[in-house]
Design a binder for this molecule. Sequence first.
Ligand code: ADP
Length: 678
Amino acid sequence: MKDEPDIIKILREEEKLGKLRKQSFSNELDIIQKNKEDFEEKSGEVINILKEPLTNIETEKKDETFRWIFDNYAYAITIADEKKRIIYWNKCAEDLFLMNESDLTNKDVSTFYPQEEWKKIRKEHISKKGIKFKMETKMIKKTGEIFDVEVSFYLLKGAGGKTVGSIGIIKDISKHKITKKKRNESDTMFRDIFEATSDLLLYLEKGVISNVNKATLEFSGFLKKDIVGKKFSDLIKIFPKDDLYKHNEAIESASKGVKLSDYESDLKSNDGHIYKFLFSVDYINDAKEIKGVLLRGKDITQRQRAWDELVKLEEKYRVLAETSADGVVTIDPLGRLTYVNPSFEKLCGRRKSQILATLFREYISDESIYFFQQITIDARKENEKIENIELELSHVDGNIVPIEINVAPYNKNNEFAGLVCTIRDITERRKVENELKKSERLKTEFMNIVAHELKSPVTPIKGYLDLIISDKKASEQTKSWAKVSLRNAERLLKLVNDILDVSRLDTDTMRFDMEKLDVIQILNEISEDMRPAIESKKLKLITNIPKDLPNIIGDKYRLSQVFKNLFTNAIKFTDNGSITVEAEKKKDSILIAFKDTGIGISKDELKKIFNKFYQAYTGDDRKNEGTGLGLYICKEIVQKHNGEIWVESEIGKSSQFYLKLPYLHKMVVNLNNSQNTG
Ligand code: ADP
């Protein structure tokens, strides 16, 4: 404490008396004045400015003036003693650090700074001998917030050059720093955008190109130095002469602050191709003046091409629609006709001018209008085309025209924009179909008559032949002739019956008397019926039928017909071995199999044998005994029972015919459909 300079001693004593802030600064000023020349420079600017006029003022006044300056100074001022403890500060310092008198009194100067910063200050400045310096650093507020400052230090030197204290003038530069940072960031951002954009960008200042982006360099094949510093007209290699006036006009105008509308221009690229560009020229200005002109070229070659294609395509479709033999119309979302082609005009007997903008449904017959509405709603809802719908159109003369219509929705900008309909006149087709139906009906009727006419004489013939065979008086010769005749009569009867069945099936007039059936019983009965025929061929009959199987719903007569047919075929095409009948309970159905060890069926023919009149090649005359209708009838009957029939075979070895018939509960649904009148 001995060496303490007077000023500090006085200040200390006064501080103890609590008079510090009201006390004299004359001594302080004296010290400052002693170092007069140092104040010439910035760090001491506050004192410096006011020093001269104050020198001649009496001490009292000087004091007051100084106090006023210190207190009202726009920057924070702190004065510290030789132990770096704050002994004086101004109002601004309190505001800046958010501290009050008790916070600031005797506060160690170093605690204002983050540790790192304080180290820097000591190292950079305090350790050096200078008495004043200015630096950017960081300080801490009472709240702990660290902020950017610029501090001007002035070291107060006492006798022998000893530091007796220091004055700090602190300027808050945090806002300034933030703006500067932001500015830097946005500068880099703009530079990045400038470089990254795929458009050509050229920046001109006073008519001279001062910057270009990467896209421009890549397109032109030039280096930056080839372009920068050049005038626009120097670059006719990229910007062809013919369009130069367009560019110049736009650039000139923009440099006067007037932006002209965008224009198209062709440019020649590095690879010699011509591309179409859309140019826009903008001026760049700051608050005061226009600084430069930015030229931007957007490659619209693809767009132009797509547009040309579209025009061509639309033209193509227009011609297509105009010349189409079918009617073509488009309707808007409200159902109004927006386009009709000549064929449609003809179809409904009205002129385009009469029907455009009217509702399409007005030309649909009353009978089919509901259906038509339904289709248009569906097409719109599902956003899918609906094809081959038969409706009726009402012609202006009152006639009804049968039509087939296809409806497809079309969208614009992902939104439903309406429907395109193609309409075909099917009057002729209907006529042919009706003719066909008529002739089908006639054919069936004819077949029925023929079959019945054939059947009726055969029955008595068969009866008489039976009589001859069992007549004891008839000679063996006669009996053997009668047997041959009977076999042929039976074949004829089978053929007639098969033809009748086929015609019933084809016209959907076969009668099915559906009832609950016990499959075990039917199979056992038929097996027994077949036994003599099997044994006469010295074949073995194997039956594999479980005692317990679920019932099915079916027509007993027709199912028996199927089983018999499969049995008969098995016997017919087997010369050695066995015939096996099996039944098995499956998940929802009964599986029945007829297996033989006969001649088998070739792979090719497996698919065909269920066709009408198909007989596989057997290499002998066995097929003469059949009609080629049996399996077709079987398949149809099984399908009427909701069942399936298929065959597996190995040629020369065996054949297996399988039937799958669903259980009772599954059948009920189909009962009504199957109960046709015969
Ligand atoms: P068909 O009355 O001529 O027997 P089908 O429709 O019943 O007529 O049979 C068609 C053809 O399928 C037969 O001609 C025969 O070639 C072949 N076929 C049917 N069943 C068998 C079988 N079990 N073994 C070998 N071939 C068979």
